[in-house]
Design a protein around this ligand. Structure first.
Ligand code: SF4
Length: 163
């Protein structure tokens, strides 16, 4: 399908997630969503990545490692914040040791809200990332995996630094 003609390497960062978002992300590798058929792959090294996905509100412990990971990703790169915690601290807003949300702190340009977001929403966010990196700009006429009221990209980073 033409819409998937931009392959991307995805490096995932967990910055204080409860792992609920990761549970949904795991479905992307299964037969229903199967991102590998589009040439998208989860990569182990940030040096092989085009896209960085991040979950969680950004803990103190992850702030420096997350920044170092981003620095290791060659440009151009796109950062995708996944889940309410990353977008705006979610249920962790105001908690001790929690920052402004990974979306704000890492400068994500694509936000996928939800607690957790569905695999379809996450896949739609990755599609936007692929488009931002030079993939097709027009959405497919129909793609069942992305149907419904996807809010990808309609929510911006909302959080202010706690404390
Ligand atoms: S958005 Fe919800 S599911 Fe995702 S890390 Fe936060 S609390 Fe967990």
């Amino acid at each position: 399908m033409a819409i998937f003609n931009k392959s991307i390497g995805i490096r995932h960062l967990v910055c204080g997630s409860c792992n609920g978002c990761e549970h949904e992300m795991n479905a992307l590798a299964g037969p229903d969503y199967d991102i590998t058929q589009h040439g998208w792959d989860i990569v182990a090294s940030p040096r092989h990545a085009d896209v960085v996905t991040v979950t969680g509100p950004m803990t103190e412990a992850m702030r420096v490692p997350a920044q170092r990971t981003l620095e290791a990703v060659p440009g151009p790169k796109v950062i995708v914040a996944i889940g309410d915690c990353a977008v705006g601290c979610g249920v962790f807003a105001g908690s001790a040791g929690v920052g402004a949300g990974a979306c704000v702190e890492l400068g994500a340009t694509i936000a996928v809200p939800g607690c957790p977001p569905t695999p379809s929403m996450i896949k739609a966010g990755l599609l936007r990332a692929a488009q931002a990196l030079g993939g097709p700009s027009q959405p497919a006429a129909r793609d069942d995996s992305m149907s419904g009221s996807t809010k990808v990209g309609s929510t911006r980073c909302t959080s202010e630094r706690a404390g």
